[in-house]
Write a protein that binds this ligand. Structure first.
Ligand code: AMP
Length: 358
């Protein structure tokens, strides 16, 4: 029996690259589709150079692959459905469509019974009405937002005017601002039948970009169990294939789900060295419908993101701390705030592991 597959990955950024590496270890062949010939995944796979929604290119990819997957949620779901007859897409497009639109995402999450911050759909500025400032809220565009883009925290007349402009341009959701004590995330992988979960991760953001992840999250076992249970509920509801990340807020003894990403996630990168299987390993196993291992964290770990402005500091850090694991994705240009790599270190005193730029 030949169990070697050709896996097509839509998107050749760092997530596509790390997925490809996990697949290659197992003997699979990988072809990625990306608009940039020199994308990170080009170092480890053949690349079909085309826009993500180019149906002819997707068709070519699908014809050459046994299984298709994607590295990010803004893949055009209709284009994917259009090639579904050519290659197996175990993840389907339902979860993709849900996570592409905050309105669908909130409706779906509410239907699973997990807790979320109170929200309402805003179709135009008229829906903001005679605005009541007594509760702090955040307006988020339904589509196209990432790392805090497309969001306005409404705190005064000036931010309300910005929010009204945004609401007249595009569909939005207005949600209560959560006075969280911690942001956490849970990575879960599925093979269509069974699930495997990673430990709860604690996330620290700077300017809405992930800066540091601490595992295990410094929360009570009760809260961790609650977070894992919510992740399990969501993954079960969609009969998960591949890896999914669920981002949540801890507020008192409550866990509120913020958003989901149907792919490996920056907050799970530590798993490459700190767990016996990484979120990329389980993604590949999951989309191939293979049995999934239970995940073991070898020791408490910290992941630091390396943005464009941090590359030199990260290189200096690893020369001074040779047991730190440096990952550099091979992006051609080190732009400000662009994710260029990450560092994982084992530490049970996470406060002593300083973020780059801190
Ligand atoms: P998002 O794009 O929804 O992940 O939001 C980016 C970041 O904005 C989150 O990681 C939080 O730090 C913050 N944020 C988003 N929504 C809320 C909220 N309802 N309450 C408090 N902070 C929020």
């Amino acid at each position: 029996m030949n169990s070697t597959k050709t896996i097509g990955i839509i998107g050749g950024g760092q997530l596509g690259q790390m997925m490809a590496i996990a697949a290659i270890y197992r003997g699979h062949k990988v072809i990625t589709l990306d608009p940039a010939a020199n994308c990170p995944a080009a170092r480890v796979s053949e690349v079909i150079v085309a826009p993500y929604d180019d149906v002819a290119a997707l068709r070519q990819l699908a014809e050459r692959c046994d299984v298709l997957t994607y590295e990010f949620e803004n893949v055009d779901a209709d284009s994917l459905d259009a090639v579904a007859d050519l290659a197996y897409l175990p993840q389907g497009t339902r979860l993709l469509r849900i996570s592409q639109n905050r309105v669908h995402e909130k409706e779906f999450l509410s239907s699973t019974g997990v807790d979320l911050a109170p929200y309402r759909v805003i179709r135009s500025s008229a829906d903001l009405g005679n605005y009541d400032f007594s509760v702090k809220r955040v307006l988020k565009t339904a589509t196209g937002g990432y790392d805090g883009h497309g969001q306005v925290v409404i705190r005064d007349e000036e931010s309300l005017a910005t929010a009204r402009d945004l609401a007249d341009k595009t569909l939005c959701v207005l949600e209560d601002f959560v006075p969280f004590t911690m942001e956490i995330s849970v990575i879960v992988s599925g093979n269509g039948t069974d699930l495997t979960l990673f430990p709860v991760q604690e996330n620290i953001h700077r300017n809405n970009i992930l800066s540091k992840t601490i595992v295990p999250a410094r929360i009570s076992q009760d809260l961790a169990d609650k977070a894992l249970q919510m992740a399990r509920k969501i993954a079960t509801e969609v009969q998960l294939s591949g890896t999914l990340c669920i981002e949540m807020f801890v507020a008192g003894n409550q866990i509120l789900v913020n958003e989901i990403a149907p792919r490996p996630h920056n907050s799970g990168h530590y798993s490459i060295e700190a767990c016996d299987f990484s979120q990329f390993d389980t993604h590949i196993l999951g989309v191939l419908g293979a049995p999934l291992p239970a995940i073991k964290l070898h020791a408490p770990a910290v992941m630091l993101n390396v943005l464009g402005q941090h590359v030199e500091a990260a290189e200096k850090y690893v020369t001074e701390n040779p047991s730190a694991h440096l990952h550099i994705y091979g992006k051609i240009e080190a732009k400000h705030n662009r994710k260029m790599g990450h560092v994982t270190v084992f530490s049970d005193v996470p406060d002593e592991v300083k973020e780059f730029g801190e």
